[in-house]
Design a protein around this ligand. Structure first.
Ligand SMILES: Nc1ncnc2c1ncn2[C@@H]1O[C@H](COP(=O)(O)OP(=O)(O)O)[C@@H](O)[C@H]1O
Ligand SMILES: [Mg+2]
Length: 356
């Protein structure tokens, strides 16, 4: 049986424009409506903190602080993780964030990432396939983190070691032990990162090919890496060591999993997504996100939280209906924002509506 993660209760305190906001959603999907600038996206942003330290807008803790209050912001989530309830608190603490799970203060984000399971589609992602390859890779990383609970921690360890190694090279601190130990951390985690990326891509492609409805366009997911699955951590480490001089000169890490390429091709037209129309790109992106949620249900019996910001304004009447039916059939808790509640007129009983 498929279980799903959901937020039962959400409380925002001094978060962005919400001085005090409280919502009891049970396990229903939520539709937040209200005029532009009222604070709909801010609520989704608060939820996205469960999965990403700076949230879906990539903002610092200080930016989330309500401008008119001196009291630090805090968000509280009554969260069902698919098996148990957790009481989660995230609060601004100087310029960092304090995380509490079931009353215990956490020293890092890892335990939060292991519990939470959230994916989103926001207007800022509209041009993701026209943007840099690192943005596309970030989308893949978000999807992989839905399936692999250790992925984000693994990636953070890799990135931290990579930054430290670049800093040592830049500052000409050529301490062999120090560099080797950083390159070892990078290598061990890079091999795992590649393994997890490839395994999730396979699962996702299988879901797109065999389990998606005919209503959304289908994507072929393409991926390439400098590393192969047969490469060991020792091999990766030796490549890093051999590249030190080159990396110092170029200011880049020439051999690394950040250079992996994630590309999407529209199956029906057999053209890369960046050559499709804006509308087609949006539908393909939506179909990839929905397939990720579906894949998680099919292969892991667990549905993540899905955040859809302003999605309806991009869809015609036919696709609005298709999307709502798809959300309801997947049975994940979805948080959708929209300016117009009428878009959900035929589904009044299927959602919890919040008018701001
Ligand atoms: N740190 C902050 N303090 C107070 N208000 C903020 C802060 N950050 C953003 N806002 C306000 O939040 C509103 C935007 O909220 P948003 O959730 O994006 O609206 P929408 O309902 O259109 O999605 C704007 O009015 C903006 O001024
Ligand atoms: Mg908005």
């Amino acid at each position: 049986m498929v279980t799903h993660c959901y937020i039962k209760k959400l409380k925002l305190h001094n978060f962005r424009n919400h001085l005090s906001f409280e919502l009891d959603s049970s396990d229903n999907s939520v539709v937040i409506t209200g005029k532009n600038g009222i604070g709909k996206t801010n609520i989704l942003e608060a939820i996205s903190l469960l999965a990403k330290s700076n949230g879906m807008r990539k903002a610092k803790a200080g930016e989330m602080q309500n401008r008119f209050s001196n009291e630090d912001w805090a968000v509280h989530y009554g969260f069902f993780n698919g098996a148990d309830f957790n009481s989660i608190g995230i609060a601004k603490n100087f310029n960092k964030k304090l995380i509490q799970i079931d009353g215990k203060t956490q020293s890092s984000y890892s335990s939060l990432y292991r519990i939470s399971n959230v994916i989103w589609l926001i207007p800022q992602m509209d041009y993701i396939f026209l943007n840099s390859s690192s943005d596309r890779l970030k989308l893949l990383d978000r999807i992989v983190s839905l399936f692999e609970e250790n992925y984000t921690c693994c990636y953070m360890k890799y990135r931290k070691a990579k930054h430290e190694r670049s800093k040592l090279l830049r500052e000409d601190i050529l301490d062999e032990n120090w560099l080797s130990s950083l390159e070892n951390v990078m290598a061990v985690n890079a091999v795992n990162i590649l393994r997890m990326r490839l395994s999730v891509l396979k699962t996702l492609q299988d879901t797109i090919d065999n389990h998606s409805t005919e209503f959304f366009p289908k994507a072929s997911l393409k991926f390439s890496s400098q590393l192969t699955l047969n490469d060991t951590a020792e091999y990766f480490q030796s490549r890093l060591k051999g590249n030190r001089e080159k990396d110092l000169l170029t200011g880049r890490t020439t051999f690394c999993v950040n250079n992996d390429k994630f590309l999407v091709v529209c199956q029906r037209r057999d053209v890369p997504i960046n050559l499709c129309s804006t509308g087609e790109q949006k539908l393909l992106l939506l179909s990839i996100i929905l397939s990720s949620v579906k894949a998680r249900c099919i292969y892991h019996n667990k549905a993540p939280l899905l955040l859809l910001d302003d999605i309806m304004s991009h869809l015609d009447k036919h696709y609005r209906k298709v999307l709502i039916e798809e959300i309801l059939s997947i049975q994940c808790q979805t948080w959708t924002t929209d300016v117009d509640r009428n878009n959900f007129n035929n589904y009044i009983d299927s959602f919890k509506f919040i008018e701001l």
